[in-house]
Design a protein around this ligand. Structure first.
Ligand code: ACO
Length: 209
């Protein structure tokens, strides 16, 4: 076991419903695949290029291998792979990755949310919970994220929770079939007054049940 793993986080209430985070499960295959096949146009532009067709990669039969690798990374202390639930239903994923300890104590954070829940505060709440977990139980000093300049919704979410822009990474990541520039954003624990979720509540972006 590593600090902060496994974890159940939340709930936080937003327009979309009650948001909680919990570890990925073997039995998430059907829900994961159903949303990912349905929402291809919403997801593919922003995700790392995969091998093979979208339909094959996101078929339910692929989940066990993905789940196994996520759990192995979590056991090693390098990753915290969480599912975003809204009112108890699988609604997306939030992953804290490349957890490095020592003098860096840093990680990246990434997420996706089902299209039909868009614009209802779900990603903002999930990211708030994830960041508070990183800076609390996980014991990190810094969290970063990278986002394509074209991804305005994700940039809004990152701004909502307090990320700062740090620069542009040229041809940084193989996303949607090509090397794409990414905006690097970062946040360190000193910049968070209290908790991120408390700030979202004060700003009227979220509520506690
Ligand atoms: N242009 C500008 N802003 C937009 C747009 C748009 N086209 N669409 C939505 N927004 C804004 C909303 O107004 C809102 O901002 P506000 O709270 O200041 O009003 C914000 O984007 C959305 O906030 P939430 O409702 O909390 O986010 P949501 O639950 O809709 O999820 C997400 C956003 C995660 C980006 C979702 O659309 C998604 O899964 N997209 C596909 C995958 C993806 O892009 N993942 C992020 C990759 S980058 C990374 O992981 C660091």
């Amino acid at each position: 076991q590593h600090p902060g793993w496994p974890a159940r986080l939340g709930p936080v209430v937003v327009a979309g419903g009650q948001v909680t985070l919990r570890p990925v499960r073997f039995r998430d295959a059907a829900a994961w695949s159903r949303i990912r096949l349905r929402d291809r146009d919403h997801l593919e532009r922003w995700e790392p290029t995969g091998r093979g067709a979208w339909e094959a990669r996101n078929h339910a039969s692929n989940w066990p291998a993905l789940w196994t690798s996520l759990k192995a990374e979590a056991r090693r202390g390098a990753m915290i792979p969480l599912v975003i639930e809204v009112d108890g239903q699988f609604s997306g994923q939030l992953t804290i990755g490349n957890i490095v300890r020592g003098a860096l104590r840093s990680a990246w954070i990434g997420y996706w949310v089902a299209k039909d829940l868009g614009g209802q505060g779900v990603a903002t709440a999930a990211l708030g919970l994830g960041l508070d977990h990183c800076f609390g139980p996980v014991g990190l000093h810094r969290v970063e994220a990278t986002v394509r300049p074209e991804n305005l919704a994700s940039q809004a979410v990152l701004r909502n929770v307090g990320f700062r822009e740090e620069g542009m990474l040229r041809r940084y990541l193989d996303v949607d079939g090509a090397w794409r520039d990414h905006l690097l954003v970062g946040l360190t624990v000193e910049e968070v007054m209290g908790t991120v979720v408390d700030r979202l509540v004060r700003e009227g972006r979220a509520a506690l049940p």
